[in-house]
Design a binder for this molecule. Structure first.
Ligand SMILES: Cc1cc2nc3c(=O)[nH]c(=O)nc-3n(C[C@H](O)[C@H](O)[C@H](O)COP(=O)(O)O)c2cc1C
Length: 330
């Protein structure tokens, strides 16, 4: 029962703090993502009863199975936080051992735990003992090029009862720059019996085919590649079923912006929903040179109806420029 969630899955939406809230997760699910994650949720915050931390676990009907990703450094807090997340309806618990952000490292959380595998062991055991849900973990290659211990960490996670491990194959010192080292994922997969989820720089169907070929991993985790392009999940599913790729038409893109905004407003309320949506426009409009000028207006539009008017104007302009529905902009 513990591993059912992961068998047969092809692709999931990555934990993306500030982005992978319920609206994006629902859109990803509608495009074919098999499961998704919250962004980082502080275990200490959950245990303290912080409303902000609890709100990060909010969901919309129709989402795919959800992993609540918790971080912290105190095993008992992580165990208690996992139980709280389970009580709020999480489908599985994901442990963050990869975050390189200073605020998290300063509290000895995230990737700093890769430097203390004894602590990692105590955390995983505490969490596995406290919930009756699958427990997964997300790791990096290590702290630095000199401290690349993902194989040791992966073996430890497996022996402590983790149901799957995601590897973002960059050491902390590399941040998000340079290329992801997919060969590290292949090496980890060769070591473990539990599923290894491949992550890092999977932006296109061709990237997905290549990472799958190189690593043999059945499941890919997609982060930035899904921003403004949730259809990557549909492409992966279609390819796996031997179906020809479907183009994403301009109208479908603009419809998705409208739907995403409507979900944001539904989930956060209009003021916050409109504000939080602003960071998505550059991703959705990335490849539309002829309407780039609308971005500046979109990110200051105060109300949902102002955004709707701008989307209508973009539609008109694109049609006027002779773009047909089926044409892809990129
Ligand atoms: C804006 C942003 C927020 C992120 N937030 C989280 C997070 O909360 N938890 C986490 O494990 N990783 C987080 N990540 C890392 C991603 O999950 C992923 O590992 C990384 O971006 C590499 O995958 P990608 O190339 O598909 O984006 C974040 C990345 C970005 C760009």
């Amino acid at each position: 029962m513990k591993r059912d969630l992961f068998s047969g899955s092809l692709a999931c939406l990555a934990p993306l703090a500030g982005y992978s809230d319920a609206p994006l997760r629902l859109i990803a699910a509608e495009c074919g993502a098999d499961f998704a994650f919250t962004g980082l949720v502080s275990a200490d915050g959950l245990v303290r009863g912080g409303a902000g931390s609890a709100a990060l676990m909010g969901r919309l009907a129709g989402e795919a199975p959800l992993g609540v990703q918790i971080f912290g450094a105190a095993p008992d807090h992580l165990g208690r936080a996992a139980a709280i997340a389970a009580g709020s309806g999480a489908d599985f618990i994901d442990l963050n051992f990869g975050c390189p952000v200073k605020k998290v490292i300063r509290r000895n959380g995230g990737v700093s735990i890769m430097r203390d595998l004894d602590l990692m062991e105590r955390i995983v055991r505490a969490v596995v003992a406290s919930v009756d849900l699958p427990v997964t973990a997300k790791i990096r290659s290590g702290w630095s090029d000199e401290e690349r211990n993902f194989i040791e960490a992966g073996r430890l996670l497996e022996s402590c009862g983790a149901a799957a491990v995601t590897l973002h194959p960059r050491p902390r010192s590399q941040g998000f720059s340079g290329s992801a080292h997919w060969e590290d994922i292949a090496a980890l997969r060769a070591e473990l019996a539990i599923p290894v989820i491949a992550n890092g720089d999977i932006r296109t169907l061709a990237d997905h085919a290549e990472v799958t070929r190189l690593t043999g991993c059945a499941i890919a985790m997609i982060g930035r590649g899904a921003l403004g392009n949730p259809w990557i999940f549909r492409e992966i599913k279609d390819a796996a079923r031997g179906r020809p790729p479907r183009e994403t038409g301009i109208d479908e893109r603009l419809d998705t912006i409208e739907r995403h905004l409507a979900l944001m407003v539904d989930f956060f309320g209009e003021d916050r929903g409109v504000r939080e949506m602003r960071k998505f426009y550059r991703w959705y409009l990335r490849s539309f040179d002829d309407i780039r000028k609308y971005r500046a207006a979109l990110v200051i539009a105060p109300r949902a109806r102002d955004v709707a008017a701008l989307v209508a104007a973009m539609r008109e302009e694109l049609r006027g420029n002779g773009r047909s529905e089926a044409q892809e902009a990129s």
